[in-house]
Design a protein around this ligand. Structure first.
Ligand code: PLV
Length: 326
């Protein structure tokens, strides 16, 4: 392992770009934190890379295992390869085919379970970890993962001229959200409004908030499989009770339309999981929340965390267009 990767982790400092199209739509400056530019295509490398480094530095691991909807697995496989650790990635059946190939290309062992939700893959990963003596890398529920993700906020602090008017992000199990909240507290931005976006059928955080209890979704019915954890992590549920946190849900169609518009306007192809966040702008949700008095009128600058996603390419986009618009 090189000295540099030891100091800086495996992630890169991502570009922060002003979006002309979104700024025009919102009537305020919208900036894009381009996590799609990370190695393996999503923010996941921040937290997962940090955790894998921790595991490697203890010199006690025989290898790592990660259950994943796709991106956490790709980040684990990438970091493990750099650290010379064997990696096993367990995927649910719903994960697009292209992910398994990418994982194998990173040298990981891939197991696909029969269940279609991430939770099914997780049960199998825990079982295998026990039998094979592997270290579990959780895709979202671990303080080291949150710590790694919190670096996003430190980068924002270093490059934004002022405190964000709001931050928009996607929630699967809530790891990204926990990391951002931790980072906001650390830089003294703890009262910045945070808009948590999910898709209908992968909306575990919204479901729990409505129930006022950390309950489990009966099933994952969204095509945004990377948001498909049936239950949010406890820490995400705790953070979501803060008054500056808003939880909202969009349909798969709204997320897809956002992915398409983003590709047209910004020339970057992202996953539906990321489309959920982009839809907050493109579907008119943010102005509606402002009218309802749930978000302040002056948002300058509105930060969109473009979480990205490596489980997307043109054939996969065409597949989703067919399935969602059928
Ligand atoms: N995806 C996880 C969990 O899946 C995974 O295994 O890859 N945006 C993208 C592109 C993602 O891949 C994920 C998580 C999220 C957002 C949500 O992040 P989280 O889980 O930290 O809230 C089931």
């Amino acid at each position: 392992m090189s000295k540099m990767s030891k100091q800086n982790g495996f992630h890169v400092v991502t570009p922060l770009l002003e979006s002309a199209g979104m700024s025009k739509l919102m009537g305020t400056t919208v900036v894009l934190k381009m996590e799609s530019s990370q190695p393996t295509g999503s923010f996941k490398i921040r937290g997962i890379g940090h955790m894998c480094q921790n595991v490697a530095s203890s010199n006690q691991s025989r290898g790592v295992i990660c259950s994943s909807g796709g991106n956490a697995g790709m980040a684990t496989a990438y970091a493990a390869r750099k650290l010379n650790l064997p990696a096993t990635i367990v995927l649910p059946l719903s994960t697009p085919q292209l992910v398994a190939q990418k994982l194998k290309d990173q040298g990981a062992t891939v197991k696909v379970v029969v269940g279609k939700a991430w939770d099914d893959a997780n049960a199998e990963a825990l079982r295998l970890a026990e039998i094979e003596g592997l270290t579990v890398i959780h895709p979202f529920n671990h303080p080291l993962v949150w710590k790694g993700h919190s670096s996003i906020v430190h980068e924002l602090k270093a490059s934004l001229p002022s405190k964000p008017g709001a931050i928009v992000l996607s929630v699967g199990g809530g790891g990204l959200f926990c990391g951002v909240m931790e980072g906001l507290d650390e830089v003294g931005w703890g009262n910045v409004p945070v808009l948590c976006m999910e898709t209908v059928g992968a909306d575990c955080l919204n479901f729990a908030l409505k129930a006022r209890d950390l309950v489990m979704l009966p099933d994952i019915t969204s095509e945004a499989t990377c948001l498909g954890a049936k239950m949010a992590c406890q820490q995400a549920f705790e953070y979501s009770k803060r008054p500056n946190v808003i939880s909202e849900v969009v349909t798969d169609l709204q997320a897809l339309e956002a992915v398409e518009l983003f590709l047209d306007e910004e020339r970057v192809l992202v996953e539906l999981a990321c489309g959920a966040s982009l839809a907050a702008v493109y579907s008119g949700l943010i102005p509606r929340l402002q009218e309802e008095g749930r978000l302040p009128k002056l948002l300058d600058p509105l930060v969109m965390i473009v979480c990205g996603g490596g489980s997307m390419n043109l054939p996969q986009l065409r597949h989703l267009q067919a399935v969602i618009r059928k």
